[in-house]
Design a protein around this ligand. Structure first.
Ligand code: SF4
Length: 468
């Protein structure tokens, strides 16, 4: 067994132990003017998206001998050394970072996935999301003689694209989309073109930008900012956008579009606060939802503090609405490096204690509102509450700037199974008691829709309702 790999995996599990995990991030560059630097631009874009997946990273690109792929386990900076970046020359590059929700965390499942034929023609693919009909399609393809090299749902998309490739990439994608269901934001390349497409519900974000004459596709706008690219527009739900020497072309998968299903938790937790999704800055949404908690919290606290770092935007909103000071009263140790602790509940709590320490003089004798963006297992909330009380806080009121998770996600987010969710078997006051807090306040689903100025039917909210 590879000891290094075990350490790495534990490190990542522990860093974000009680958080829901995003599945992936995509960053792709088409026809950059300086092929010696395309890998570097892609590297920067992937670094900017690292929060969306830390298990593996990869880049696919065209060479005179066909498509090639460099990928490996670990974070972007670990996989792509300076030597590797300097050795890659290509005008177009498809980059991906992964967190596994379907298929194991293994190098075989690392993306982009690449398929090549005997004539060396190939297709490479990077996917963010989760198919919901994976088992049926996989069994069907196995019966038809398909051989799979991975356990990921992404290979099902690739095998359909490869099957239809002679019709051209955009047409192959249209046909592939008639088979697959669920959440998928994808960028695919062959030797001539790059095509971005999004499922008809638009669960996962995907945007297009411009860097000089080069076209960029990215999971989030923050990565466009990082490389100095201009935002052009979102890829629409159900849209297929292809870029080639003939220019940019757009088409749609079909007439019968499902309703929109953008994952509302992109705003709550997954996306970077400096990203813009569907016209809304993520930080501003979080802050506005936090301000609405002011009408729901049962007491007037003395100070508001964020759960580091996930509750910062919402805590700013709550403090501003209550006209109270926002205090950075919990120090977060960002320099833990690798920790070698087995992932059971007791050790998870020890890991959280290693990470956080309250500043006693700020909290002693005070009624505290501590704000976080979400509550999953309740591990972090439980430990932070106990740390604050041990440091002398008179009362701790836990405020969560999202509705409680009630169901697992089937669209590419790793939310624990129902029994592990803090809220699955409890009510607010019972749960507050279990956590050790004096009260527990959640945002309501309508708070999110109100802030976004849209209807519930414009979003997926399956994990906190039973609507879709
Ligand atoms: S179930 Fe929840 S986390 Fe999953 S896509 Fe829907 S809103 Fe997002």
């Amino acid at each position: 067994m590879n000891i290094k790999k075990v350490h790495y995996n534990l490190e990542n599990k522990l860093q974000l132990e009680s958080r829901p995990q995003e599945k992936c991030g995509i960053f792709a560059v088409y026809n950059y003017h300086n092929p010696r630097n395309t890998a570097n631009v892609t590297y920067l874009g992937l670094l900017a998206l690292q929060h969306r997946g830390q298990e593996s990273a990869g880049m696919a690109f065209s060479t005179p001998t066909g498509l090639q792929c460099v990928k490996g386990m670990g974070m972007v900076a670990r996989v792509f050394t300076r030597e590797i970046l300097e050795s890659i020359q290509a005008a177009s590059m498809l980059g991906h970072i992964r967190y596994a929700t379907t298929g194991s965390s293994s190098s075989a499942n690392a993306q982009p996935l690449l398929a090549r034929s005997f004539d060396k023609k190939g297709i490479a693919l990077a996917h963010n999301g989760n198919l919901t009909n994976t088992r049926r399609l996989r069994n069907q393809q196995l019966r038809e003689g398909q051989i799979f090299h991975t356990t990921s749902d992404t290979e099902i998309i690739l095998s359909y694209l490869f099957r239809y490739r002679k019709e051209g990439l955009a047409s192959a994608i249209k046909k592939t989309m008639s088979h697959i269901s669920g959440a998928y934001a994808v960028v695919a390349i062959n030797e001539q073109e790059m095509v971005a497409f999004r499922d008809p519900g638009g669960y996962r974000p995907l945007v297009m930008g411009k860097l000089g004459d080069a076209v960029i596709f990215s999971s989030e706008t923050a990565a466009l900012d990082t490389v100095g690219a201009d935002f052009v527009r979102e890829i629409e739900p159900g849209e297929i956008v292809s870029v080639s020497s003939g220019g940019i072309k757009s088409t749609y998968a079909g007439e019968n579009m499902a309703g929109r299903s953008l994952c509302i938790f992109e705003y709550v937790y997954f996306a970077r606060p400096d990203s813009i999704i569907d016209g809304h800055n993520v930080h501003s949404v979080r802050k506005a939802v936090g301000s609405l908690l002011a009408d729901r919290i049962p007491v007037k606290p003395d100070i508001v503090i964020p759960s580091p770092d996930s509750g910062v935007s919402a805590a700013m909103g709550l403090a501003e609405a209550l006209k109270l000071p926002l205090e950075w009263a919990i120090h977060r140790n960002s320099y833990l490096g690798r920790t070698f602790i087995t992932p059971n509940q007791k050790d998870r709590e020890q890991a959280v204690r290693l990470k956080f320490n309250p500043i006693g003089s700020l909290v002693e004798g005070k009624k505290i509102a501590i704000v976080d963006d979400s509550l999953v297992r309740g591990t972090t909330a439980r430990v932070l509450t106990s740390l604050l009380k041990n440091a002398g806080a008179a009362e701790v009121h836990l405020c969560i700037a999202s509705p409680p998770y009630k169901n697992p996600c089937y669209y590419g987010i790793d939310i624990p199974v129902a029994e592990d969710l803090a809220f699955s078997d409890s009510d607010y006051s019972k749960l507050a008691k279990e956590i050790g807090a004096d009260s527990l306040t959640f945002a309501e689903p309508d708070d999110l829709y109100q802030v976004l100025g849209k209807k519930q039917s414009d979003y997926c909210s399956s994990c906190f309702s039973n609507s879709r």
